[in-house]
Design a protein around this ligand. Structure first.
Ligand code: NAD
Length: 355
């Protein structure tokens, strides 16, 4: 990317929306999914650590770093289920991509929209390996901010075109249905989670509650189904009854993080779980038979954000959809940082000593 060395490209919420519109959301999700798959296939060379989480009564603030040795990325993200009552998002985020060689940031981006896109793309990538063949019908339980993105990613990557929606707040389901109108889905609003899962080959749970909830009970999950469990992503915050986990083959992003944060926190520490990257590289089996229940215990891992930031960076020059951020001090002589301040005296008419 040929940009001024001391200017950091900044992708605001406005530019991110324009980027999605310019590319088209289905194509964006398909291309982003390819970046995620590419990075999962070179999983072993990444510097990995469970995210650093700061928990409070109402939510969590997390930092999610990783590096492939060339680039370094991190995301700041929160999770506050009560926020929607005050007109705020449950999840909001921003992230940075930096050059490992000199440590300079190369991109600062909003990541609230990007997180919804990368979460949906990751779910759809997992389902490509795990969902029953030619699955077309998906239940989505929890119809908040993430839900439409999930639906569109499953349509773009797997051909899912029948949706069964349920939310404890019917207004959320109506919103989701309206937002997806005209996008090629046959949508049914359901009165309960039980009704939503009837006939669904894929069940996505994407609810927000700061506690262990039981969105799905064991009797609701028939054989052969793929469960895409997205909402349980913090200690003490789960969506599935433990008995479902015991009947499922469980696939995860990064076990040290998932065992703390995911549905898998309900299991013994040595309960077998399979890493998704191993399925993608042929080191482990994905779905092996039609009656198997597969479960993607999604919590969201730093490498997915890294892939998303990489994808966005690669779109900047072509689209011009960024602003130039004056984030880095650039004195004429690198050690003369104070001299730069003195020169600003002249330009501003103000004095370093104060006026
Ligand atoms: P949101 O607050 O916008 O929507 C959540 C919806 O769940 C709301 O409409 C709410 O009414 C509904 N809900 C709550 N309890 C329910 C229940 N018992 N049954 C049915 N519906 C219920 O939140 P969001 O931004 O859509 O996020 C959803 C969840 O996904 C959050 O828990 C968030 O932390 C998680 N998340 C996970 C990842 C990941 O990578 N795994 C990424 C982003 C968000």
């Amino acid at each position: 990317m040929t940009v001024n060395l001391n200017i950091v490209p900044f992708v605001s919420v406005d530019r991110m929306m324009k980027l999605v519109l310019a590319i088209g959301i289905e194509r964006f999700l398909v291309e982003l999914a390819a970046y995620i798959e590419e990075d999962f296939r070179r999983w072993e060379l990444f510097d990995k650590t469970p995210r650093v989480a700061s928990h409070s009564v109402d939510g969590v603030i997390e930092l999610m770093p990783t590096s492939d040795g060339q680039l370094y990325g991190f995301k700041y993200v929160n999770g506050h289920p009560k926020n929607t009552r005050d007109g705020r998002q449950t999840v909001t985020a921003f992230g940075v991509l930096a050059d490992v060689g000199n440590g300079y940031p190369m991109l600062l981006s909003e990541m609230t929209i990007l997180t919804a896109l990368r979460t949906a793309a990751s779910s759809a990538v997992a389902a490509k390996y795990l969902a029953p063949e030619a699955a077309r019908c998906m239940a989505i339980i929890g119809n908040g901010a993430q839900s439409e993105f999930q639906a569109i990613a499953f349509k773009a990557l797997l051909g899912v075109d029948r949706l069964r929606l349920y939310d404890i707040d019917p207004a959320a389901s109506t919103k989701c249905m309206k937002n997806l109108a005209g996008m090629g889905f046959d949508i049914k609003l359901c009165a309960s989670a039980q009704e939503a899962v009837e006939g669904a080959e894929i069940i996505t749970t994407v609810t927000a509650d700061k506690r262990s909830a039981t969105i799905l009970t064991d009797n609701m999950v028939g054989s052969g189904v793929h469960i895409n469990a997205v909402g349980g992503d913090c200690p003490g915050k789960t969506e599935l009854h433990r008995d479902i986990l015991l009947r499922s083959d469980i696939f995860v992003e990064y076990p040290p993080q998932t065992r703390i944060e995911g549905e898998s926190q309900q299991l013994d520490a040595d309960h077998p779980i399979t890493e998704l990257w191993q399925v993608m590289t042929g080191k482990a089996a994905g779905r092996t038979d039609a009656r198997q229940i597969t479960l993607f215990d999604s919590v969201g891992f730093a490498i997915e954000d890294f892939s998303a930031l990489r994808y966005v960076r690669d779109q900047l020059q072509r689209t011009g959809l960024y602003e130039e951020l004056d984030l880095l001090a650039d004195p004429d002589e690198p050690r003369d940082l104070f001299g730069m301040l003195l020169r600003a005296e002249k330009a501003t008419g103000l004095a370093v000593a104060g006026s």
